[in-house]
Design a protein around this ligand. Sequence first.
Ligand SMILES: Nc1ncnc2c1ncn2[C@@H]1O[C@H](COP(=O)(O)OP(=O)(O)OP(=O)(O)O)[C@@H](O)[C@H]1O
Ligand SMILES: [Mg+2]
Length: 253
Amino acid sequence: MTAPLLSLRGILKHYGPVHALDGVDFDLFPGEIVGLVGDNGAGKSTLVKVMSGATEPDAGTILFEGKPVVLRSPQEARGIGIETVYQDLAVVPWLDVEANLFLGREITGASWWNRWFLNKNAMRREAARHIASLQVGLKSVRQPVGLLSGGQRQSVAVARAISWGRKVVIMDEPTAALGVRESRGVLDLIKRVKERGLAVVLVSHNLPHVFEITDRIFVLRQGRAAGTLVTHEAHVSEVVGLITGVRVSAAVA
Ligand SMILES: Nc1ncnc2c1ncn2[C@@H]1O[C@H](COP(=O)(O)OP(=O)(O)OP(=O)(O)O)[C@@H](O)[C@H]1O
Ligand SMILES: [Mg+2]
């Protein structure tokens, strides 16, 4: 058994009286896709924000490649190879698609005099390639993101995380606003990310999507881990039972 890439131990996060996370343990192994599921308010986005440095937990430990880490910001998480697509999207509406894809990591050219020219061309080619693979039907990477539809914007955020993730890509409801064809594009892209050896955390309410692409399913209920299942051995009713807290087989027996 290989060692986990990312481990959370005893993660607590309270918002006033709300126990968003109440002692959660979570492991992510290299090269696997884990589905993170649970009802509205179960704590999924809070857990994503803890893993991506957007929220500091009140208590608990994060281990990355076996070493304790403190993630004070998404930039720190990115620095160790963790990229995130947030549920509340983090794109800059007044910048164009290309600028959003390369925000904070502009490609630098070989020498000072042709740097600007090379950068622009390399960036445009890369952006066009990622966007084309997502099949979102953008006319141009020069369009300001604020003028795109919600689904197209979401695809830009997904393309950005997938392009830059070096070890872990975390996606909070990446297909929630997408049509059938666009969802398919994102799911196929996630499978390709896995082929590159990265680990993926996928938050989704869409159980058919979760069953199609994950290796394991981690269920949160009211801020606690309700159970972890190996996807190909699991049945939808088991997952639903863990999400709702109603045990299907027990109810029948
Ligand atoms: N910034 C915040 N301030 C106060 N309460 C918060 C905050 N963020 C989350 N919560 C609360 O923590 C709990 C968990 O929220 P979270 O967003 O993690 O749920 P979720 O599982 O992602 O739900 P959904 O499926 O609706 O996206 C909820 O009760 C929510 O109201
Ligand atoms: Mg959420």
